[in-house]
Design a protein around this ligand. Structure first.
Ligand code: AMP
Length: 117
């Protein structure tokens, strides 16, 4: 399995604006932010999506969520609220097939997706 962009960021082969790191996770700013705060939270071990991560290593999924909560504190959005989303597959717009949570916040977000009329 060839490396994704996120392995290259984890291995410091590609630069990123890292905001927090633990033994098992890394969090860095999205290069194309879609909210005032937009940070990607990534486990250092690669799974394609959040369902594969949950099935294989629920403790690591908990690490991702706990890292997101810590980043929300560091970014000052924990009290006002934030969204943590995992795009899964093409229709959701997933482009990097190394599971990552999008932490979004910093202003009211509104509903992300609406059913077609
Ligand atoms: P997804 O579409 O859910 O797979 O999310 C991938 C995200 O990675 C997108 O929001 C991109 O803006 C973001 N992204 C792509 N390249 C980089 C990069 N070099 N550094 C930080 N974020 C990136």
């Amino acid at each position: 399995m060839s490396d994704t962009l996120f392995e290259r960021i984890i291995n410091r082969e590609v630069p990123a604006d890292i905001v927090h790191e633990t033994d098992t996770t890394i969090a860095f700013r999205d290069i194309n932010p879609r909210a005032t705060t937009h940070v990607l939270v990534v486990p250092k071990t690669r799974y394609r999506n959040v369902a594969e991560l949950a099935a294989a290593d629920p403790g690591l999924l908990a690490d991702v969520v706990n890292t997101a909560a810590r980043v929300a504190e560091l970014e000052g959005v924990a009290d006002a609220g934030y969204r943590l989303t995992f795009n899964t597959g093409e229709d959701a717009g997933q482009t990097v097939f190394h599971v990552h949570g999008h932490l979004l916040g910093g202003s009211p977000l509104g509903p992300e997706a609406r059913p077609p009329k």
